[in-house]
Design a protein around this ligand. Structure first.
Ligand code: ADP
Ligand code: MG
Length: 876
């Protein structure tokens, strides 16, 4: 960059403003355009696919790259840049160019960032759009806060360690993240690499992360102090993170924080059932594990909501299942009542169906970006509420009553918008035609003048035709001359003296008359004034409505809750779910449980229900064996999903269920590679297992599926064995556990440990084929049926036969001294299908081993060695 003094004054102004917004693309208003210069222009022209030109040369002879977009159609361009993860600083002319000499004053009036977009096109209706802040605080604690500017939600928490923070981070899934600048080059960031990738990250000055500053900001914005953590202690990192968000809001929204933003709500990891990120993904709560799609997830199955707000709220309920028996029961009670009042529910759903996204309308109104259409949508939605209220009035359940009581039909707002704004306003504010007749006397008068003026001109045209006898005479209008009279060349002879010539065309001439100009002034003056007045009246209305954001927010929240409860009732009713009994005991008892999603997705195979009993005593760890494809994983997930749904407050897919609340659910399922973290499958598997063993408590529910599969058989079975023992024996960590394994050796654990019970998923062998019965039955599986499954899957006959042969050899314990299977050179032996199972724990050829061990090699003479080999050979 050349020295600023060598630039034109305008370029100097640009560079000065740009220096305050180094990481945003600066939209620099020049007349009717927003221009971008230099690197911004290069970057933006690529993203927006617009032409890059140059604006002369700078003093060092380099071209100054430039691109621009018309200001009145900027919105889609801004949206596209933000979608690409960029921030856009909008710099306006803040003086009237006509009234100043030289350079017009310009200022950035707003910075649009991915975490702070509010326009409907940039947002998914049933997803929140969060801006988050992360800050490492004292003694290993991490602070986290997030807000959704489009709905006004704002929350903060302390996390005991970085793993807990990362789990929450994935759950919130923010678009944009703020971090203290000190983390920029430090190593502290490496654990966050994965979570932060593909999100916009902004580094915030260190001084912002001060408790005093956070307190002061919160007090200023909300006239209330920052709340303490739910346990009554002062928040540390959470408070700093919340402060950083408020600071960032002020910087980007210039001139204040949105009025609809609600004060910080503090929360804690264990205010809810805790699920780490891996378990969330394994259980496919909001997206499938394979493709990350919503379809096929639990949320997809459960979502029968009809409003965008309800959709978002249900997602929150799914993400944060409860641990309070009372709160869960309140939800059951409401669902039960809504199931029995089916007619009422149908009517309620029909009424909810037309309710627009009140939360986001509220956000746009408060941020002064709402259009007249938005206000009409608000009015129409609110206008449904009285009917809705009378519909739900008979409902008795406590939660329903509380929810209904918080609905405010906002008659005053409906009244104001009905009177002020026409039924079907145009989308663009500057087109006028927004304000309703009768709302403002001056406006009505101006409209009469404008209309009469136009009528007069029509009359004038008729009169002039008569006076001149020229039937082709026309009065027309254009922007340059205003109104004029057009006469074709052939008729020019007949024009009166008072016509003043304005323009000559090929075929015609254009004239004006004083009378015409007089009316023109009246009409044009009126129209200009109408446009101004309409706009300011609209703004007044919007500001008045914005004064009611608190009431609108509360109403929106209640409408969302009603929607979710009705959705859960429809779900339970439609799919024949039962109301669980719930308590803080340890017993989980499920009769005829089903996997909610598999049941709904795989309609071709009838889903076979299964029972479950888990507790902290005799049924603490269920060791589930059975061949591949039998249904082990499905069964385990179904238990976890039923517990989870019960704690979400939903009915569950079972004929009867009793759920002792879980504090956490852990799952280690399948072999999912985490390549982005550069860890091998087995490493990931062990890291996850380690964290389960560390954090599981007797109140937890643990699912371990095929643990140890990622390494050799001996390693794997040993690890699986030791893990199962630990989960049983270490009483502080003795979680209710489902343990699926294809190592049937593990069934022996139940002999010595009273809390371990064996189960297997029944199969029937028939003509060397295998039939899956999908029924869980007591006892261990006798063998793995891997080869039958392989055959079922279409492995060539030849390979299947050879595999049988090798298996046979293995089962006869034919191992080398090193424990490797001795499988070569035995091809062609007859196969006995009913051979007994292999036990990996019987060491092969004990005599041989013992003899070998006793040899003192250093003392052997060559002859003794030869004799020894001969002796050993006999033992084989
Ligand atoms: P495993 O873990 O034992 O290899 P899975 O749980 O993956 O087996 O189940 C294999 C398939 O069997 C699943 O895709 C599912 O469609 C089907 N399945 C599992 N359990 C049942 C059931 N109870 N009823 C009907 N189909 C089932
Ligand atoms: Mg499986």
């Amino acid at each position: 960059m050349t020295q600023q003094t060598e630039h034109t004054p305008m370029m100097r102004q640009y560079l000065e403003i740009k220096s305050s917004y180094p990481d945003a693309i600066l939209f620099f208003r020049l007349g009717d355009f927003y221009e971008m210069f230099l690197d911004d222009a290069v970057k933006a022209s690529k993203i927006l696919d617009i032409t890059l030109t140059s604006r002369g040369k700078s003093s060092d002879g380099r071209d100054v790259p430039l691109c621009g977009i018309p200001f009145h159609s900027a919105a889609p361009y801004i949206a596209k840049l933000v979608e690409a993860g960029e921030k856009v600083a909008i710099c306006e002319q803040v003086e009237d160019p006509k009234s100043v000499k030289g350079i017009v004053k310009r200022e950035v009036v707003k910075v649009v960032t991915p975490g702070l977009v509010v326009d409907a096109e940039s947002l998914k209706p049933n997803e929140n759009n969060y801006l988050a802040a992360i800050v490492p605080a004292k003694s290993g604690i991490w602070g986290f806060a997030c807000l959704d500017i489009s709905t006004g939600e704002f929350k903060a928490a302390d996390f005991p360690d970085i793993n807990a923070l990362i789990s929450e981070f994935y759950c919130v899934n923010p678009r944009e993240v703020l971090l203290p600048a000190s983390l920029k080059d430090g190593d502290g960031l490496s654990a966050l690499d994965g979570p932060l990738s593909e999100r916009t990250v902004s580094f915030i000055d260190e001084w912002v992360f001060e408790l005093d500053y956070a307190q002061r900001l919160h007090q200023t914005v909300f006239a209330a102090p920052l709340p303490p953590a739910p346990d009554g202690k002062e928040m540390s990192g959470g408070a700093l993170a919340a402060g950083a968000l408020l600071h960032y809001l002020r910087e980007t929204q210039i001139g204040g924080v949105a009025a609809h933003l609600r004060p910080v709500v503090s929360y804690m990891v264990n205010s809810h059932l805790v699920l780490d990120d891996m378990s969330r993904r394994n259980l496919e709560l909001t997206a499938t594990i394979q493709e990350g799609k919503r379809k096929g997830s639990l949320l997809w199955l459960m979502d029968k909501t009809v409003t965008a707000m309800g959709g978002r709220k249900l997602k929150q309920w799914v993400n944060y299942p409860l641990v309070s028996v009372d709160k869960i029961k309140e939800r059951y009670e409401s669902i039960e009542e809504l199931i029995t009042s089916q007619l009422l529910r149908d009517e309620l759903v029909a009424l909810l169906d037309g309710v627009a996204d009140l939360e986001r309308l509220n956000g746009r109104i408060s941020l002064a970006s709402a259009s007249a259409k938005d206000l009409v949508a608000l009015k129409e939605s609110l206008a449904r509420l009285p009917k809705l209220l009378s519909c739900v009035q008979p409902l008795q359940a406590l939660l329903l009553q509380d929810t209904i009581a918080a609905i405010d039909p906002l008659h005053d707002v409906v009244e104001l918008i009905s009177q002020g704004i026409v039924e079907n306003p145009p989308f663009l504010l500057r087109d006028g035609g927004i304000i309703a007749t009768g709302f403002n006397a001056e406006l009505d008068e101006l409209r009469v003048i404008s209309r009469e003026g136009k009528g007069f001109i029509a009359q004038l045209e008729a009169r002039e035709k008569g006076r001149t006898g020229i039937s082709s005479l026309k009065i027309r209008y254009n922007k340059v001359f205003g109104y004029y009279i057009e006469i074709t060349k052939a008729n020019l002879a007949g024009i009166p003296d008072d016509y003043i010539r304005k323009q000559t065309l090929v075929n015609a001439e254009r004239f004006i008359t004083p009378e015409l100009k007089e009316y023109e002034e009246k009409v044009m003056g009126a129209e200009e004034r109408i446009a101004e007045l309409e706009y300011s009246l609209f703004q007044e209305i919007r500001v008045q409505v914005a004064g009611q954001t608190g009431r609108i927010a509360r109403t929106a929240e209640s409408v969302a809750t009603l929607d979710v409860l009705a959705s859960l009732a429809s779900l339970a009713h439609g799919l024949n779910y039962c109301r669980p009994e719930i308590d803080t005991g340890d017993l989980i008892e499920i009769i005829d449980g089903r996997h909610p999603v598999v049941e709904a997705m795989h309609v071709s195979e009838r889903f076979v229900p299964n029972d479950t009993v888990l507790d902290n005593n005799e049924n603490q760890l269920l060791m589930i064996t059975g061949p591949n494809m039998a249904g082990k994983s499905t069964y385990m997930r179904q238990v976890a999903l039923i517990v989870l749904m019960a704690q979400i407050g939903s009915f569950v897919p079972a004929s009867k269920a009793r759920i002792g609340i879980a504090d956490r659910i852990f799952t280690r399922i399948g072999a999912s590679d985490n390549l982005s973290k550069g860890q091998s499958t087995f490493m990931v598997e062990m890291a996850e297992t380690a964290s389960i063993l560390q954090y599981a408590t007797p109140s937890s529910l643990v699912l371990l599926d095929e643990i140890g599969r990622g390494t050799s058989t001996f390693d794997g079975v040993s690890i699986a064995w030791a893990v199962a023992e630990f989960l049983h024996d270490a009483r502080d960590h003795a979680a209710r556990t489902l343990f699926a394994t294809h190592y049937h050796e593990l069934t022996e654990l139940s002999v010595t440990r009273k809390g371990i019970k064996n189960f297997n998923i029944a199969v029937r062998e028939w003509n060397d084929q295998i039939i899956f019965l999908r029924q869980i039955v007591p006892g261990g599986a006798s063998h793995s049926y891997g080869i039958q499954v392989a055959r079922l899957a279409g492995l060539p006959q030849e390979v299947v036969l050879r595999a049988r042969e090798i298996l046979k050899n293995l089962e006869h314990g034919e191992f080398t001294e090193g424990g490797e299977p001795r499988i070569s050179g035995k091809k062609g032996r007859r196969i006995d299908v009913d051979s007994s199972q292999l036990s990996l724990f019987t060491p092969p050829d004990d005599d041989l081993r013992n003899r070998l061990k006793s040899v003192e090699v250093a003392r052997l003479t060559p002859l003794e060695a030869l004799n020894l080999i001969d002796e050993l050979q006999r033992l084989v």
